[in-house]
Design a protein around this ligand. Structure first.
Ligand SMILES: [Zn+2]
Length: 153
């Protein structure tokens, strides 16, 4: 990582952070480097001042408290996509598939597990809205799941 002193056509001076001098040259050539003030892309590199940079880093906390230099010129890689509803549903289906199907006995079985009367395991089954409400009130975690894919067809 290197810090370069840059300057645009309108003489706005700013710092740019790059992986290397070569990375800067490449991004500049592709028009990816722009001025944080005016968004101009006519950027030129000023003679770097490593002495100033080094001293900056080493000085007291007063320097650290100073606002960060405006230097948002490195294009960030696209953020990874957030998990979609579809992937969440497929995860829930997977959990449901590995669960023991206790059918209508779900509320009863969930209570037995919760109170240590039955082996702790993931179960699935049928419960009415009221029954689910009661389980949740007792501190038992209940999640709605859709039937697995292969049961839909
Ligand atoms: Zn500018």
């Amino acid at each position: 990582m290197i810090v370069l002193n840059l300057c645009c056509n309108q003489d706005h001076r700013f710092e740019g952070w790059f992986g290397s001098a070569k990375a800067f040259e490449e991004q500049l050539a592709r028009g990816l480097v722009s001025c944080p003030v005016c968004s101009g892309t006519g950027i030129r590199r000023l003679p770097s001042a490593p002495y100033v940079q080094t001293r900056h880093a080493a000085t007291s906390s007063a320097a650290e408290a100073a606002p960060a230099p405006a230097a948002a010129v490195v294009p960030a890689p696209a953020a990874p996509a957030a998990p979609t509803v579809a992937t969440m549903m497929s995860l829930l289906r997977k959990m449901a598939r590995g669960a023991e199907d206790v059918g209508e006995r779900l509320p009863e079985e969930a209570r037995r597990i919760h109170y240590g009367e039955a082996e702790a395991r993931t179960i699935r089954g049928a419960a009415s809205r009221d029954e689910i409400g009661e389980l949740l009130e007792e501190g038992i975690l209940v999640m709605p799941v859709l039937p697995p894919d292969d049961e839909l067809h």
